[in-house]
Design a protein. Structure first.
Length: 260
C-alpha cells in the first residue's frame, strides 16, 4: 500500500518551483501520458476538479490541498470556470511513491497566506531563496501533518469514516442509499446527513452524484457506450434524472459530451 503524506515528516530532496494559476472548464492530461516527474502540493482557492488515476478516482474542491505523487499517471476534469490554485513542485528524498489524494484541512486562510509567502519568496530569486523556499515548504508540510491528523481524527470524522470508504469503493452501485450508509455508522439518517455535511461540507447525495457524474463524463468522452448504458453503469437508474443533473452540473447535456 502506498504511503500517506500526512503520516510523518519525510525528507525533501529538492524544492523546484511554485506558482499561482487557474484552469478553465475542460479535461487535461490523459492516463496514458508520461508520468509526473515531480510531486506537487496544490492549494485549491476556488472551484473543483476531478482526478482519475489508474488505481482510484477522487474529487478536489476549494479549501482542500491536493497531493499528486511523482510517477503518477492521471487525468484532470475541471467542472467549473474558476478553478484557481497555488502549486508547489518538489521531489522526496527517499524515492518512495505516496498516494495521490485530496486532503480536507482546517484554517484555510493560514494555508493561503503560507502558499502566498512561498510564491513571493520564489519569485524574488534572491541568493538565499532556495533555502528560504525550502524552509517555508517544510512549514507548510509540517502544518498539513499536524492539522490533517487532528481534523480527521475528530469524533465526527471517525464516526462516518466507514460510510465514506464504502462510497468511494461502491458509488456506481445504484442501490447505495442513506439508510444503508447511516446503518454502517450506527446513527440515525438525520444525524448521518448532519455529520456528513459538517465534515465534508456537502450532502451525501451530492457527493455520490459528483463521483458518478465525473466518471460518466470520462466514459462519454472515450465513447465507452451509449448514454443510457453509461448512465446505468455509473449508478443512475433513471435516464431523465441523469440527463438533468448532468446538464446542471456541467452546463451541457451528456449527448453533447459524447459527440464533441
Amino acid at each position: 500500500m502506498e504511503e500517506k503524506i500526512y503520516k510523518k515528516i519525510k525528507p525533501i530532496k529538492e524544492f523546484h518551483d511554485c506558482y499561482k494559476d487557474s484552469l478553465p472548464r475542460g479535461r487535461y492530461r490523459e492516463i496514458g501520458e508520461k508520468a509526473r516527474t515531480t510531486s506537487c502540493l496544490v492549494l485549491i482557492l476556488s472551484g473543483s476538479g476531478f482526478y482519475h488515476t489508474p488505481t482510484h478516482d477522487f474529487a478536489a474542491n476549494a479549501g482542500e490541498i491536493l497531493f499528486i505523487s511523482e510517477g503518477e499517471h492521471y487525468t484532470i476534469s475541471v467542472n467549473c470556470d474558476d478553478y484557481k490554485f497555488y502549486c508547489i513542485n518538489f521531489t522526496w528524498g527517499d524515492g518512495v511513491k505516496r498516494e495521490s489524494e485530496s486532503l480536507k484541512i482546517k484554517n484555510f486562510e493560514s494555508y493561503k497566506n503560507l502558499f502566498s509567502e512561498l510564491t513571493i519568496a520564489y519569485l524574488k530569486e534572491k541568493a538565499s531563496y532556495p533555502i528560504c523556499c525550502l524552509s517555508k515548504f517544510y512549514e507548510i508540510y509540517s502544518k498539513i501533518i499536524e492539522d490533517y491528523t487532528t481534523y480527521n481524527n475528530s469524533a465526527d470524522a471517525q464516526k462516518i469514516q466507514p460510510s465514506y470508504d464504502y462510497i468511494l469503493e461502491n458509488f456506481t452501485d445504484s442501490d447505495i442509499n442513506i439508510p444503508l450508509l447511516a446503518a454502517m455508522c450506527n446513527v440515525s439518517e438525520v444525524h448521518y446527513r448532519r455529520l456528513f455535511r459538517k465534515v465534508y461540507k456537502t450532502s451525501p447525495l451530492k457527493f455520490i452524484n459528483t463521483l458518478r457524474l465525473n466518471k460518466a463524463r470520462a466514459m462519454l468522452e472515450k465513447r465507452e457506450g451509449t448514454v443510457i448504458n453509461i448512465a446505468f453503469s455509473c449508478g443512475f437508474s433513471d435516464l431523465y434524472y441523469f440527463s438533468r443533473v448532468y446538464k446542471t452540473h456541467f452546463g451541457y447535456p451528456p449527448s453533447q459530451t459524447r459527440h464533441s
